[in-house]
Design a protein around this ligand. Sequence first.
Ligand code: HEC
Length: 175
Amino acid sequence: MKLASLILGAFALFLCFGQSMAMADPNGDPAAVKQDAKTGLWYDKAGNPTFKVEKDGTVDWYTSVGYLQYGANCLVCHGPDALGSSYAPNLTDSLTSLNYAEVYGIIVGGKRDVNASQDLVMPAWGDNKNVMCHINAIYVYLRARSDGAVGRGRPSKVAPKPAGYDEQENKCFGD
Ligand code: HEC
């Protein structure tokens, strides 16, 4: 009897958690509803960049670019799979409270938290083209990680590169 109610209690807790996690995206519903015809980037219904993961696990092009660019520019501090390190926060947690505009602003301008016991510095990337030309890709990768749509490691199945992808990337790099 006692054991049964314990199990029931644990299950109820699990349900609550599952629900609060599903609602934890501060941009609202992450479902991809519109793809930009030029760039191939997906948007949610509120107009924020988002990921698109098919039932068989295939991720959209930007999510896979974001994985690689995160690895090249952010992993050294924020750890593999965005799970944090002793120095920098777990971004899968951070993105449950920071929306697209806030994340974008922090990446461009940096962030600093100084007090008696620590001096944490998030560099500003506004002048770094490798980051700025991939900022939406990095964002959708982090959003997918935070929403639990993409697991740890490199996405194994990736949708084809959108036709307009190279053109907008080259334009950004100024080639
Ligand atoms: C040199 C180490 C370092 C690198 C590289 C770095 N960050 Fe950070 N980042 C930090 C630190 C430290 C903080 C916490 C700053 C604070 O608390 O004020 C932070 C904070 C953040 C935050 C805010 C998190 C929060 O909960 O407030 C975001 C978003 C973020 N970083 C994204 C990125 C992205 C994306 C990249 C790669 C383009 C990146 N960071 C690269 C060190 C780094």
